[in-house]
Write a protein that binds this ligand. Structure first.
Ligand SMILES: Nc1ncnc2c1ncn2[C@@H]1O[C@H](COP(=O)(O)OP(=O)(O)O)[C@@H](O)[C@H]1O
Ligand SMILES: [Mg+2]
Length: 343
C-alpha cells in the first residue's frame, strides 16, 4: 500500500509498498513516475477509484487508486495477481487450442466424408455389375464394412467438435452415483489387468459424501471419469491407491480424484490439457483435452496438483443445480461410501 499526495509525493508506504517502490525505482517522499502521476491526478479529480494492471519482470499486480478527496491524497493498493493471471492465460490458451482443433477436425471430417461417399458409390456400382461373382462380392462387402467403420469414426469426430454449448441433453446428476456406476463399469477390466500383471489397485471411496446434484450429460461425465481413472491407473504401473472425494464449496460440487502414481513435473502439468500432448509411448494425448472441453461445457473447472514421484490429484468443480438435494437412490444420506475395492 502506498499513500500519495495530489502532487504525486509518496507520503507513506508499508513493507509490500516499498517493494513496489523498488520496482518503480523510487523512494518514499519522492515523486511517483509520470504515468502513475496521471492516474493519481485522475482519481482525485474525478473522485473515482481506478484500477490498472502493472507488470514487473515476473509479476503482475493489480493496482487500485482510491482517492481520499477531503485529505487530498490517494491510497494505492497493489495485489499480486500473477497466479490468477497465469491461470487465466492458460485457460484461454486451452480454449483456443480446442477451438483450433475443432476447426481442423470439422475440415478433415468433411473431406473424409466426401471421399468415403465416392468409394461407397463405386463399390455399390461394382457390386451391381458383378452380381454373379461370389468371391469378388465378398471382398467388396469387406471394403464396404470398412467404409462404414470409417464413416462412424468421422461421425464421432464431428460430434466431438460440434457438441459445444449443447445443454439440451443435460439432466440433474448425482456425482456420487456416477462415480459408483463408472467404477462398476470399468472394474472388470481393471481387475483383469491387475491380475495379469500381479499388482493391486485399491479404490478408496471413503471421501465420497452426499452432495447436491449438478447439471450435466451423464455420458460426457462418465467419459471424464473414465479418462481420469485410466490415466491414474497408467500412472501406477506397480499398483497403488485411487481415491475419490466429494464436497460442496461456494455453490459448487467439488470432486477430487487422487492417485499414488508417478506424478508429473511442472511442464507436464501445464501441457496436460493440450490436445495431442502425451508422454506415453502409445498415447494419443487426447483424453485430458476431451476432459477439459467437457468440464468446460458443464460450466465447470478442472485443475491438477502433482509432484513427480508423489502422485496426482485432479480437482473438478461443477455448479450446483439450484434446489437440488442429490438423488440418493443407493446410499444412505450423509454417509460416505466406504466400500473399498481391491482389484
Ligand atoms: N494421473 C496422472 N499421473 C501422471 N501423469 C498423468 C496423469 N494423467 C495424465 N497424465 C499426463 O498427461 C498426459 C496426457 O494425458 P491424456 O490426454 O489422457 O493422453 P494419453 O493418456 O493418451 O497420454 C499423459 O501422457 C501423462 O503424461
Ligand atoms: Mg489418457
Amino acid at each position: 500500500m502506498l499513500r500519495v499526495s495530489s502532487e504525486g509525493i509518496i507520503l507513506y508506504t508499508n513493507n509490500a509498498g516499498s517493494h513496489i517502490l523498488n520496482l518503480l525505482g523510487c523512494h518514499v517522499y519522492q515523486i511517483l513516475p509520470e504515468p502513475w502521476l496521471k492516474m493519481v491526478d485522475n482519481a482525485l479529480h474525478n473522485g473515482r477509484t481506478i484500477t490498472f494492471y502493472g507488470e514487473f519482470t515476473l509479476h503482475v499486480y493489480s493496482f487500485t487508486f482510491t482517492p481520499v478527496k477531503e485529505k487530498g491524497y490517494v491510497n494505492i493498493y497493489g495485489l499480486d495477481v500473477t497466479q490468477q493471471r497465469k491461470r487465466m492465460e492458460q485457460e484461454l490458451l486451452h480454449a483456443q487450442k480446442l477451438q483450433a482443433i475443432g476447426v481442423m477436425t470439422t475440415g478433415i471430417a468433411h473431406e473424409l466424408n466426401n471421399m468415403l461417399a465416392i468409394i461407397d458409390g463405386k463399390i455399390q456400382m461394382l457390386m451391381q455389375e458383378n452380381k454373379g461373382r461370389k468371391k469378388l462380392l465378398n471382398e467388396l462387402r469387406l471394403i464396404q464394412s470398412s467404409i462404414k467403420d470409417g464413416a462412424e469414426i468421422v461421425r464421432r469426430m464431428n460430434k466431438f467438435t460440434t457438441e459445444k454449448e449443447d445443454r439440451e441433453g443435460f439432466v440433474a446428476i448425482d456425482l456420487r452415483e456416477e462415480i459408483k456406476n463408472t467404477i462398476d463399469l470399468i472394474c472388470p477390466k481393471c481387475k483383469e489387468h491387475s491380475e495379469r500383471k500381479g499388482i493391486t489397485y485399491t479404490i478408496n471411496l471413503d471421501g465420497v459424501k452426499h452432495v447436491s446434484c449438478i447439471n450435466g450429460n451423464p455420458l460426457g461425465l462418465r467419459e471424464v471419469l473414465i479418462n481420469i481413472i485410466y490415466n491414474a491407473l497408467d500412472s501406477m504401473p506397480e499398483g497403488g491407491t485411487l481415491s475419490f472425494s466429494t464436497r460442496e464449496e461456494n455453490g459448487s460440487v467439488v470432486l477430487e480424484i487422487s492417485d499414488t502414481g508417478i506424478g508429473m513435473d511442472e511442464e507436464t502439468q501445464t501441457k496436460i490439457f493440450d490436445p495431442f500432448f502425451t508422454t506415453k509411448e502409445y498415447g494419443m494425448g487426447l483424453g485430458m483435452s476431451i476432459v477439459y472441453g467437457t468440464v468446460n461445457r458443464h460450466g465447470g473447472k478442472i485443475t491438477v496438483q502433482s509432484k513427480k514421484g508423489k502422485g496426482s490429484t485432479f480437482i473438478l468443480s461443477f455448479p450446483i443445480v439450484k434446489g437440488s438435494q442429490g438423488i440418493t437412490k443407493n446410499y444412505a444420506p450423509g454417509k460416505g461410501m466406504s466400500d473399498k475395492k481391491g482389484g
